[in-house]
Design a protein around this ligand. Structure first.
Ligand SMILES: [Zn+2]
Length: 156
């Protein structure tokens, strides 16, 4: 517990210092409910040595999205996908409140990867167009590992 907390603080400090250093006029708007998982994502990118950038702005917010897609993965929208000047992700607040921590993590990692890396569906398990009904901690860990290795190779 203590180690996890320290790592999270460390990732947060790195996260803010790198983003601020990258852009003088960098702007961000991050929902506090989404912040812990955003920090985990950036912490994973850093620890795996995956290059990342947010362009001029980072928006990770809740919204009320009425999507008519099947499957929970589409409960978010990566507005900034294919636009490297910004990252702009919205997560449906109603769906968010109904799902467990691993599903929340799966969804936010999925949408952030769409937006930051312009990654399509099905290239790795975490980017498939549907989400597993149950996600154990082990499955989550191996999906994140696969994603990070994939992103590292893709962004050399
Ligand atoms: Zn998707």
């Amino acid at each position: 517990m203590k180690i996890k907390f320290i790592i999270s603080i460390f990732a947060c400090t790195l996260f803010l210092s790198t983003t601020q250093a990258q852009h003088e006029n960098f702007q961000y708007s991050i929902n506090p409910k989404l912040m812990p998982i955003l920090k985990e994502y950036v912490g994973d990118l850093i620890s795996y040595g995956v290059q990342y950038g947010f362009g001029d702005s980072l928006t990770v917010e809740m919204a009320e999205i009425d999507l008519n897609f099947e499957g929970i993965v589409e409960m978010g929208i990566p507005v900034g996908m294919n636009d490297n000047s910004k990252v702009e992700v919205y997560i449906d607040i109603k769906s968010w409140n109904k799902i467990d921590y691993n599903h929340k993590k799966w969804v936010l990692y999925h949408e952030l990867t769409h937006d930051i890396y312009n990654t399509g569906h099905n290239e790795v398990k975490l980017m498939s167009d549907s989400i597993p009904e149950n996600i154990s901690d082990e499955e989550m860990e191996s999906a994140v590992y696969e994603l990070m290795i994939y992103l590292k190779k893709k962004n050399k």
